[in-house]
Design a protein around this ligand. Structure first.
Ligand code: DC
Length: 221
């Protein structure tokens, strides 16, 4: 095996990170890792088991005990052997994942696992702190952004495709609230790493974003 490479893609909720990271990983032949899915899995486990979303010690213990696995291609997420891919996308899990992610104990447990994943394969990993904290030496760092209204509209469209009707104003409020919590927490807040390339996708479609990112990766490697 040649040198392993990390492509870190960070940015706020709904910026298109998952779609783009999955596509870019496929093109590069790298493993795609959705770190947000791990915080979502911890939130789901807490809600199911009755652990309070402000119980720092309980949540840390739960995060340490959770077995979170990604199937190749990143299409399915397993929590303790159960396929929770759909369950972690339920609307109430988004704010819950953001709430559990403020606790340092939870973050330590998941960051450890994320680093192990990056130690055994070349990865495209997306999240909030991948370029700033998880892999500060990542070969490629991208900060993906878009106007909140556009991010909300994309989320509404995506959910429509799954047969769910959401109110765009409500989604935008939820996204803004989550951005505020994710960027103001004390431990590993969402920040643009100084060496990350900033890509504003407000006026871009997914094909164009993919092309731009692959070009950045080629230049960097
Ligand atoms: O990317 P996402 O929307 O699935 O992430 C859900 C929440 O998880 C997000 O609001 C904050 C948290 N998160 C985090 O704190 N650090 C990451 N690297 C990824 C997600």
């Amino acid at each position: 095996m040649t040198n392993r490479v990390v492509v870190a893609i960070d940015g706020p909720a709904g910026a298109g990170k998952s779609t783009i990271a999955r596509r870019v990983a496929g093109k590069l032949g790298f493993v795609y890792i959705d770190s947000g899915a791990m915080y979502r899995a911890v939130a789901l486990k807490a809600m199911r088991g009755g652990t309070g979303l402000s119980d720092a010690a309980g949540l840390e213990e739960l995060a340490r005990g959770a077995r979170i696995e990604f199937e190749p291609g990143g299409s399915r997420v397993l929590l303790d052997g159960e396929d929770v891919s759909a369950a972690i996308r339920a609307p109430e899990i988004s704010p819950a994942a953001s709430k559990v992610s403020v606790f340092s104990g939870v973050r330590r447990a998941l960051v450890e696992q994320q680093r192990q994943m990056g130690a055994v394969a070349s990865v495209v990993m997306e999240g909030r702190d991948i370029g700033s904290v998880v892999f500060p030496d990542a070969e490629v760092k991208i900060y993906l952004d878009a106007e909140p209204a556009v991010r909300a509209a994309r989320r509404v469209l995506e959910m429509e495709g799954k047969g769910q009707t959401l109110d765009a104003g409500e989604v935008e409020r939820e996204i803004r609230e989550r951005d505020r919590r994710d960027s103001t927490r004390a431990d590993s807040p969402l920040v643009r790493a100084p060496d990350a390339v900033y890509v504003d996708t407000t006026a871009m479609g997914p094909d164009e974003v993919e092309r731009v990112i692959l070009e950045i990766v080629r230049q960097r490697l």
